[in-house]
Ligand binder design. Sequence first.
Ligand code: PEP
Ligand code: MG
Length: 459
Amino acid sequence: METEYIAERAHDVADIERNLLRALLGKRLSRGANLSGDTVVVGHNLTPGEAASLDTGHVRAFAIDVGGRTSHTAIMARAMQIPAVVGLEDISRFVSGGERVIVDGYTGLVIIDPDSKTLEEYRKKASISRDFYRRLRGEVRLPAETLDGYEIGIAANIELPHEIHTALEWGASGIGLYRTEFLYDGGEPDEEKHFRTYKRALEELDGRYLVLRTLDAGADKFHKEAVGYQEKNPFLGCRSIRLCFQRPDVFRSQLRAVLRSSAFGSVRIMLPMVSSLDELRRAKATIDDVESELDREGIDFDRNIPVGIMVEVPSTAHMADLFAKEVNFFSIGTNDLIQYSLAVDRVNERVAHLYQPAHPAILRLIATVIEAGRRQGIEVSICGEMCSEPIYAILLLGLGLRSFSVSPISIPTVKRLIRKVNMRDAAEAARICLRHERAEESQAFLEARAKDLLPELFQ
Ligand code: PEP
Ligand code: MG
């Protein structure tokens, strides 16, 4: 089909096919369940749900036509600790199955049917990479402390429950972002399903904190069951907190479970996609109301449960001083903050080059949010993928961030960088970047700094 919009509908037809088969077989279809041997998944698209159902025992990498660095397919690959290259545009046309494929997640290169020399070269590279991570394992217990003694919190972002184990293995101080959308895959979960999942997470965390983000469905995290209908422009549509207001039953049942679980450990509530003070106040009023309901029922919960917001919409970043007075913490969600500020779809490979974390407008917004939090004395953390990349970690430290939440697999590299940085140098690097007029200048400058500090990461 020439019209892109109609061509995209092919996925809907494929979806119907899957759902029909699922219904006829009376079970959930596990794609790739009968894989044998090492497998690279090559395709046009891979939803987070599809990625989660893949057999991790055999899938070694993804190579996907669509998507950008912060699309959920890429985030899922990090969660599965496998290499991925997304946004390849048409790789699925060149691979029909059975080929040997190299996926270089470091450089974004995919090689189909490599010759023996290339294969050997990449076997060596893979072995160097494995050795590097093996050495990092030895640093798990070391504190995330700068050369001049600033202690930095490194928590983990997780998509799926089993990642808590990985996060703890890499030394996470807690879970800074628990994306709860997976619970809605395959239908709306009831309060008990929420509660069981959160309680189990707290048991595993053994006293460490858990930031539970309320439902952020819609757009890239699209779950038809939750949203109920298609929208022309879902990124700007009825998603996330807006959807929760439209479906108070869905919101309240999750909040009840979150609050109930707070009796069993250190829980914080995080509200996604808040774009106005009215939204925040309405969500907080709902939380108050659910608390009163639990009180009446004699159910225990943490009466001082911290309530914070993701700062991921430009309006909220600009008004951070006002929001800071009404929340207990901020978590900067750069994945969305970048796409909404620069008007660049985070999952569209054709504009991926315009998705620039080091864009001057983004640096100014981040600095504004950190400063607002500092003045009000509330914690400011960051959970966007930007902080999982060591080159930006220097800048973020220099801008004043003292708390990071990164994908579990990124914890050791970010920590190694922190341990090599002097805060005075980081602050100077941030000042220099804030003076730049173009993203490319800061990008090149930060890359050079990171290469000096962590040459082994760039080998
Ligand atoms: C973000 O937007 O930066 C974020 C961490 O949330 P998500 O990637 O789930 O949208
Ligand atoms: Mg987001």
